[in-house]
Write a protein of this length. Structure first.
Length: 129
C-alpha cells in the first residue's frame, strides 16, 4: 500500500486471529465486535488466568495477538502476559485503572483504557514493533 494511504477499518486486521482474555462478558463482546469489524477472527474469550495461561502454552501457534484485561476475578493477568511475551506474541493490556495500576515491569507494554476506544485498540494491535 502506498505511503500515506489509509487502510479501510474492515481490513486492518484481516487474516489475523486475536485472543481475548477478559472476564466481563459485555466488555468481551464489545472487544469482539471491534476486532471482527476490523477483519479479525476472535479466539475466546477466556475469563480465568489459569485457563488463559494453559491456552497460550498449548495453542500459541493458533493466534497472532491478544487483548488482555489486567485484572480478572481479583487476579492480575501478568502470568498470561509473561506467557505471551515469552512466545513473542503481541498483546495489549486493557484496564479501567490508570497506568500506575500496572506493576513497573509491565508499563512498557501497550495499554488501552476502558471503555476501549476502537482506534486506540487497532493502533496498538497494528503498531510497528
Amino acid at each position: 500500500m502506498p505511503r500515506g494511504s489509509v487502510t479501510p477499518v474492515g481490513t486492518v486486521l484481516l487474516g489475523r486471529r486475536i485472543l481475548i482474555v477478559e472476564d466481563d462478558y459485555l466488555i468481551a463482546l464489545g472487544l469482539s465486535d471491534i476486532l471482527t469489524q476490523a477483519g479479525a477472527e476472535v479466539v475466546g474469550p477466556i475469563g480465568f488466568v489459569p485457563e488463559a495461561v494453559a491456552f497460550v502454552e498449548a495453542q500459541a501457534d493458533s493466534f497472532d495477538a491478544a487483548v488482555l484485561d489486567v485484572n480478572m476475578h481479583g487476579r492480575k493477568t501478568y502470568p498470561v502476559a509473561d506467557a505471551l511475551a515469552a512466545r513473542g506474541i503481541r498483546f495489549v493490556f486493557t484496564t479501567g485503572y490508570g497506568a500506575d495500576a500496572l506493576e513497573p515491569a509491565y508499563r512498557g507494554y501497550p495499554r488501552c483504557d476502558k471503555p476501549v476506544d476502537r482506534s486506540a485498540l487497532l493502533a496498538a494491535l497494528t503498531a510497528e514493533v
